[in-house]
Design a protein around this ligand. Structure first.
Ligand code: PRX
Length: 639
């Protein structure tokens, strides 16, 4: 049988009936760090504090903790209380004492095919330099620094430099635009902004500095802007406020002491969407987050020194924070960072990167797979992908068709897919296979060690096997966000009130007869569009900021590649006419204020919106109408 017909035969065998198990191959089992998941799961469930303390011992501490878990002020849990720690000491400093200092930390490829490699020692020097730059700009322990950059190595450098001196980074994804950036700068009260003159994505230049300049007009709290030169294009400049990265770095010392932090000191804030128009700043801390991300990466991706690991996400989202920056560096891994779009200049760009660098672990989002799947399997087939041994998926449920394509055409039917369920709030993987876990396409399988997950009904009772309910977590874990920065009440309200004593994830799920978890999707007004997390309320407020719009509603409708597409309904102010030109203008307006990822698929003009008597828009009704489905219970409707 030829390779190709063998693959086709295997593909045909892959039934997607949600029952078939895909056991790992003997090679995968032989290599796996954890061979017996059940035994360790039981140990971690029976002795969670001991389990986590042992994991923490694998990292270096300046001073040992007094208590593993402090649950005296629920739900504000604390981990490794009294421990003295800095995540950067573990990501960089400790490698300087071993052979790893000469190991490659990052291999970077620009969209224009330029290349860079940086060793741990060089990365450490750059981080020290930039830490000294930040100090010279007046940044002190506890200060927030906003980072708004493209996918360049300087992004992790800026993050690590903040963490090194105890400052709190707030990375804003480079695909966001003026309003989103301004709101996040103001909320975090950042006086320093680090950005680029531009970024290359999909053959175009994203004018990051221009967007930053516009945002600062709305957020004039920013006193200093550091600009990394990536494109060399002409940009606006404010003398005294703006500084080139390379100018500041030239004179900065490559030596800088790492700040000794408390385990519970803040490491970063990261904004994510919720059900109101105001994004939430989830706060993560040095100690627990480090232990959790280090451990999950080690056990799930089974990371080894000889691996070439590539997480194709953006460092500006939690996936990038945890699994491009902190966990890979703490594990001493070699990672790939690719700057640009997956299909630029051709749909085999990702596959060419896998071949070129001999990537062994590839971690990406289902939307990326679905997007590349459209171009056909001839594109991955052009490349030798035999270096791959493990695949990963994150951000949204992976539909069985995409799973199968990924498994067969990318993984050569030999690489297990780690479908990792987690959130900005959880810091790291929560429900996930291990390499040795028998897989079911579309299921994230089982909770990680020490994670007590349960699917419950409205009353908090566990749902019977196969029945949909709300996904909740019963016990704390070290990687959990500690609070919403500046709004602890909202933290309690959003996550800990619906089911007292439990963390409410906002997702619905079901558990099957074998105890496998199947994530269904969000139950709140949060949308996953191309794996990005957006709030319908944010899109609505972007629309309402246009002078023509009186009122707006946004919903998500199923989309083949993006998972969800944003549909919007707009009531115009008097004097405006609902022309196709205006609809297009409104689409562009949302793209301009929020970012291209939030640009609606469609803007429809309506005379009224379905609302409850209390004035809440019934998005469920809009959704049903748009899909031609029954509208359900309308007793509370008052249009
Ligand atoms: O709905 C779930 C979905 O993404 C949400 C979290 O989004 P965010 O905070 O942006 O973090 C994404 C990266 C960790 C979840 O509430 N989600 C994430 N991973 C999966 C998923 N849905 C199904 N399967 C997954 N593997």
């Amino acid at each position: 049988m030829s390779d190709q017909s063998q693959l086709q035969a295997q593909a045909a065998e892959i039934s997607i009936d949600h029952k078939t198990l895909y056991p790992p191959s003997p090679e995968v089992v032989a290599r796996a760090r954890i061979k017996d998941r059940d035994t360790l799961s039981k140990f971690a469930a029976d002795h969670p504090e001991q389990f986590w303390a042992e994991r923490a011992e694998e990292l270096e501490w300046y001073g040992k903790w007094e208590k593993v878990l402090d649950d005296s002020n629920k739900p504000f849990f604390k981990w490794f209380v009294g421990g003295k720690f800095n995540i950067v000491h573990n990501a960089l400093d400790r490698h300087m004492k071993t052979w790893r200092k000469n190991k490659v930390a990052y291999i970077w490829q620009g969209e224009d095919f330029s290349e860079r490699q940086i060793s741990y020692a060089d990365l450490n020097r750059e981080v020290c330099r930039f830490a000294n730059v930040l100090k010279s700009l007046g940044v002190k322990k506890g200060d927030r620094v906003t980072i708004y950059m493209g996918r360049v190595i300087e992004l992790p450098i800026a993050m690590l430099a903040c963490a090194k001196i105890g400052a709190v980074h707030s990375v804003v994804y480079g695909g966001f635009s003026v309003q989103a950036l301004a709101g996040r700068i103001l909320d975090s009260q950042s006086k320093v902004l680090v950005t680029c003159d531009g970024a290359y994505v999909n053959g175009k230049v994203v004018e990051l500095k221009q967007i930053a300049d516009d945002a600062i007009k709305e957020a004039p709290i920013v006193e200093k802007v550091v600009v990394y030169k990536r494109t060399g294009r002409k940009i606006g400049w404010v003398e005294g406020r703006d500084h080139w990265w390379h100018d500041l770095m030239k004179d900065a010392s490559p030596v800088c002491e790492t700040e000794v932090m408390d385990a519970e000191d803040p490491l970063f804030i990261l904004y994510t969407s919720g059900s109101t128009g105001k994004p939430k700043a989830l706060l993560h801390t040095h100690g627990g987050y480090a232990v959790y991300t280090y451990t999950t990466m080690r056990y799930v991706f089974d990371i080894q020194d000889e691996d070439r690991y590539w997480c194709a996400a953006d460092p500006g989202w939690i996936t990038g924070h945890s699994y491009i920056v902190y966990a890979p560096l703490m594990n001493g891994a070699t990672s790939i960072i690719y700057e640009g779009g997956p299909a630029h200049p051709a749909p085999d760009r990702w596959w060419s990167i896998v071949e070129q660098y001999g990537v062994t672990i590839l971690y990406c989002a289902p939307t990326g797979i679905r997007g590349l799947m459209r171009f056909g399997e001839e594109w991955p087939k052009k490349h030798d992908l035999s270096s791959l041994r493990l695949l990963g998926s994150v951000g949204e449920p992976i539909n069985p068709e995409a799973w199968r394509w990924y498994y067969v055409h990318v993984g050569g039917s030999r690489c297990p897919i780690m479908d990792t369920w987690w959130q900005t709030e959880t810091g790291g993987f929560m429900i996930t296979p291990l390499p040795v876990t028998p897989l079911k396409p579309g299921s994230a399988t089982q909770p990680f060690f020490g994670i007590r997950a349960e699917v419950v009904d409205d009353n908090g009772n566990p749902t019977p096997p196969g029945e949909e309910g709300y996904l909740t977590i019963l016990a704390p874990w070290p990687g959990m966000a500690r609070t919403i920065y500046g709004d602890p009440d909202r933290y309690v309200q959003t996550y800990w009130s619906r089911y007292p004593g439990r963390y409410f994830t906002g997702d619905s799920a079901r558990v099957d007869q074998d105890g496998y978890f199947w994530i269904i999707g969000r139950v709140d007004d949060v949308l996953k569009v191309s794996g990005y997390r957006l709030g319908t309320a944010e899109v609505e407020s972007a629309l309402v900021s246009h002078p023509a719009v009186a009122e707006a509603a946004a919903i998500g409708l199923p989309h083949e590649v993006r998972g969800n597409a944003i549909y919007t309904y707009v009531i115009l102010r008097a004097g405006y006419e609902g022309t196709p030109e205006l609809a297009e203008e409104l689409r562009q307006h949302v793209g301009k204020v929020m970012g291209p990822i939030a640009r609606p698929e469609k803007v429809e003009f309506v005379a009224k919106l379905p609302k409850t008597r209390s004035g809440k828009i019934m998005r469920r009704v809009l959704k049903a109408r748009a899909q031609g489905l029954p509208e359900g219970d309308l007793t509370t409707l008052e249009e």
